[in-house]
Design a protein around this ligand. Structure first.
Ligand code: 13P
Ligand code: SF4
Length: 304
């Protein structure tokens, strides 16, 4: 297996150079995929990288909305998602038509959409946000009323940090709901010295037990602090690979081994190589939608 992976990695490296490609990977990707990436990060960091890269081809190791965001920002580049089935179920919990209907019901509210959304939904929104900047983005808006879509838990977390009225859409992440407060209570007893750090997609009862609520990128930075020697980690377990690799002397305890995003795990070394060989599957957004979605993504990038 190792030998096979070694050969795959060599072939990916040489073809990547030939194609002038860059490999971007999310923190939840399989360990071997993270290890061959040029950059590993959270949604905000990945969208910033996608906007800045000089490469002609972006191999996006993540889920569909992330590749779409890269294409919205860099339409002149070929953005390849090695498996088109890698979607985000939460992003599919609201359609553009449903959002238009809700906007008609709430004409005074500014629409903030989590980046975990389709390009069509971004196109209907005033601004985007990620888990790293949601609180700041909402604070940056003039409006006192916010329609927040699609993640009710991230929206609820933001509502605890602002005086503004936040209207929630009933979406959620099927992976993060598997992280349960009972388990955190047990782990706190077993590891009294550990810091409890969770993602804002978790349930409010989980967030109430946490020392810190951070994006995946924020969690990676927090783990580097000297005072953090043990960490109970409340997010998708793919992040444990990077945490252990970057902090060999520290202990990382996932709250739930079941917190696995099956879509993130669809990207494999074999599929990355195939993508580079075939220059497919490409993710592209129709121009009229791209321009409107771009305005929402740009507003987010200006606010942070
Ligand atoms: P981050 O932006 O924090 O990496 O989160 C992305 C995501 O999909 C969490 O489930
Ligand atoms: Fe979507 Fe949840 Fe997977 Fe993140 S972990 S990509 S929110 S399903």
């Amino acid at each position: 297996m190792l030998d096979n992976n070694g050969k795959l990695v060599d072939r990916i490296e040489s073809l990547k150079e030939k194609r002038r490609a860059v490999i971007l990977a999310h923190n939840y990707q399989l360990g071997e995929v993270q290890d061959i990436a040029d950059f590993v990060g959270d949604s905000l960091e990945l969208s910033q990288r996608a906007a800045q890269t000089q490469a002609e081809v972006i191999i996006f190791c993540g889920v569909h909305f992330m590749a779409e965001t890269a294409s919205i920002l860099s339409p002149e580049k070929a953005v390849l998602l090695p498996d088109l089935n890698a979607g985000c179920p939460m992003a599919n919990m609201i359609t553009a038509e449903e959002l238009r209907e809700k906007k008609r019901q709430l004409p005074g509210a500014a629409v903030v959409c989590y980046i975990n959304s389709t390009a069509e939904v971004k196109a209907e929104s005033d601004t985007c946000c990620t888990s790293a900047n949601a609180v700041r983005v909402v604070a940056s808006l003039d409006s006192e009323q916010i329609l927040f879509v699609p993640d009710k838990y991230l929206g609820h977390y933001v509502s605890t940090k602002t005086e503004k009225k936040i209207y929630l859409w009933p979406g959620f992440c099927p992976t993060h709901v598997r992280i349960l407060p009972e388990r955190i209570i047990e782990l706190k007893k077993d590891y009294p010295l550990a810091r409890v750090v969770v993602h804002p997609e978790c349930r409010p009862e989980v967030i109430a037990l946490a020392d810190e609520v951070l994006s995946t990128g924020g969690l990676i930075r927090y783990a580097r602090r000297d005072e953090v020697t043990q960490m109970v980690v409340g997010t998708e377990i793919g992040i444990i690979h990077r945490l252990r690799k970057e902090n060999p002397g520290k202990k990382f305890i996932p709250v739930s081994e079941q917190a696995v995003c099956p879509n993130m795990k669809l990207i494999t070394l074999e599929k990355i190589l195939w993508s580079l060989e075939e220059m497919a599957p490409e993710v592209k957004v129709p121009e009229p939608i791209r321009l409107k979605a771009r305005a929402a993504v740009d507003r987010m990038l200006e606010a942070v």
